[in-house]
Design a protein around this ligand. Structure first.
Ligand code: NI
Length: 128
């Protein structure tokens, strides 16, 4: 972690390059921090589980591919270069047909599955 912080101080972050280093899909990796917020990249394919984050909004920026976000009122398709913010407390499920690479912005300590106790909860706070 110290090493990553040193890197952060000296080098710009190439989001696509960072995403390509991630070995497993659905495993968010931290690439930078701003105050108590983290910027994470992730590779996804298929469907995640329904969950919410009662304590925070959650932002998704699509780096590559198309992200579908299922919401209670329907779904939104977020294309490369587009941003979508899921409001605090709103149930959502991310999905992608084929692989999508994303950046997520959220406070440090937020679990990918919200408060759902699921086998798909990823290790938190892992830098790449
Ligand atoms: Ni979420």
């Amino acid at each position: 972690m110290l090493e990553s912080h040193l890197q952060q101080a000296t080098l710009p972050v190439n989001l696509a390059q960072k995403a390509s280093l991630i070995e497993q899909q659905w495993s968010p990796r931290v690439v930078a921090e701003m105050n108590d917020y983290q910027f994470k990249v992730v590779r996804i394919e298929g469907e995640f589980i329904w969950h919410s984050h009662p304590e925070t909004d959650e932002a998704f920026l699509v780096l590559e591919g198309t992200l579908r976000i299922d919401l209670p009122q329907g779904c939104v398709h977020v294309n490369q270069g587009e941003l979508y913010v899921v409001p605090r407390g709103v149930m959502h499920r991310t999905a992608a047909q084929g692989e999508a690479k994303l950046m997520m912005i959220e406070p440090r300590g937020i679990l990918n599955t919200g408060h759902e106790d699921d086998e798909r909860t990823a290790l938190n706070n892992v830098w790449i």
